[in-house]
Design a protein around this ligand. Structure first.
Ligand code: ASP
Length: 304
């Protein structure tokens, strides 16, 4: 039985389409990539792909990664500016035994040579928000609520698993800043023997716990996806709190090879979507650890 899970409300419509692809026999890698492409192409989602919010210098710089759960190969692009679908570039790089993580100009050149569509990823609305914020540079970086990284994990009917992530990172980040999203083990991890996990939120915090690898490791030791998510987030957040830090913007999802899902968060509410043969459903996980439950789209924040 196939299952697909994605972060935030923005993944909900994309997962409905990807779920139909899986039902028609598409492999996990295709479902993951097509779901993320749909999010990247939508300018209303201001933290992913086209229309992502700019860095301090007014450039929209994008990170994306893809991991194949059978081979443990991954591919990633970092700080690309004019690649229309960074996830497609990451997917192509994942086939390579070396040179599979490319940054900046080299990554853009790779995408161009591979024949991937290029475009100016800035939108008038995004640039307007940037102009409004330029004068207020002292505001600390914040992983803004409701529209963050799109992370998608899938297992297909034959048991193959894949993971993908894509983001424009944090609004007003410094030029060259890299978050957890394109970093294997932090923003994503996928091993079809044990499961897959991905993270969204404050990348600088997520990296410190190698959170996605930590979750998959706990699943390898027998934890359910839900218990692994809760335990990994709890361990990191408590450690940070012990240091006098908040650790208050960390959310994760996980998927086991047999299609069980998990999610945990330090936010008040973290929406995510799950597609299974019968339906695609929007859920929410809660920072107070009350049980994950299905929600209606208008019950949770964000575009969809
Ligand atoms: N994790 C992303 C980053 O730090 C942003 C997010 O998911 O909100 O770049």
């Amino acid at each position: 039985m196939h299952t697909i899970i994605g972060t935030w409300k923005m993944s909900y419509p994309a997962l409905q389409e990807a779920n139909a692809l899986l039902a028609a026999g598409a492999p996990a890698d295709e479902a993951v990539v097509e779901a993320i492409v749909r999010v990247e192409d939508n300018p209303n989602y201001t933290s992913v792909g086209y229309g992502g919010l700019p860095n301090r210098d007014g450039h929209v710089t994008l990170d994306a990664a893809f991991m194949d759960g059978r081979t443990l190969r991954c591919g990633a692009v970092i700080c690309v500016e004019d690649v229309r679908n960074p996830i497609r570039a990451a997917r192509l790089l994942c086939g390579r035994p070396e040179n599979c993580v490319l940054a900046g100009r080299g990554a853009e050149q790779f995408a161009r040579h591979a024949g991937l569509p290029m475009r100016d990823m800035r939108t008038e609305a995004g640039m307007r928000r940037w102009r409004e914020r330029v004068s207020g540079l002292e505001t600390p970086l914040d992983a803004y609520r409701g529209h963050d990284t799109v992370c998608v994990l899938a297992v297909d009917g034959s048991g193959r698993m894949a993971a993908g992530t894509s983001t424009s990172g944090l609004f007003m980040k410094e030029a060259g800043r890299v978050g957890d999203t394109p970093l294997i083990g932090s923003g994503f991890y996928c091993d079809m023997r044990y499961g897959a996990a991905a993270a969204t939120g404050m990348g600088e915090d997520i990296m410190r716990g190698c959170l996605s690898y930590e979750i998959v490791s706990q699943m390898r030791r027998g934890a359910s996806p839900q218990d692994a998510c809760e335990e990994a987030v709890r361990m990191l957040a408590e450690h940070m709190q012990g240091l006098g830090e908040t650790g208050d913007n960390i959310s994760v999802i996980a998927l086991s090879p047999d299609g069980r899902c998990g999610a945990a968060t330090t936010l008040a509410t973290f929406p995510f979507a799950v597609g299974r043969p019968a339906s695609t459903t929007l859920y929410a996980a809660y920072g107070d650890r009350s049980p994950v439950r299905a929600v209606a789209p208008d019950e949770v924040e964000g575009e969809c």
